[in-house]
Design a protein around this ligand. Sequence first.
Ligand code: CU
Length: 135
Amino acid sequence: MSSICRMRLSLATVGLALLATAILQVPVRADTVDVSIPGFSFSPASLTIIVGQTVRWTNNHTVPHTATSDSGGFGSGTLNPGQKFSFTFNIAGGFPYHCTIHPSMKATITVNSPSCCVLGGDASVLSQKYIHKVS
Ligand SMILES: [Cu+2]
């Protein structure tokens, strides 16, 4: 094999690798989105994220609070001042939550499917993953 031929081959390999990376790469976005508890409220009270992102609650208030799913899907337990709780949303949908200590504190996380991707994988919901559309 000539050296030119070898060079073409390696360029092709690099090209394929770049193409594969471009197809597989998820658009750049923060993996973790913060929700603050600055007082007797959640901020923001309404948050929209993408499947796979993590929400991190931080109690920035002077008294304990919780971030507890209305449907029981997640729950921080008691968050004392300064404490944090993280939860990763792997299923699309609307997730209203509240503080069990102060029931008037209500908020919602809306989890959207990524528009770049389609749902694929096994029939079992838990093992399904979003994969990039190849058009
Ligand atoms: Cu509270």
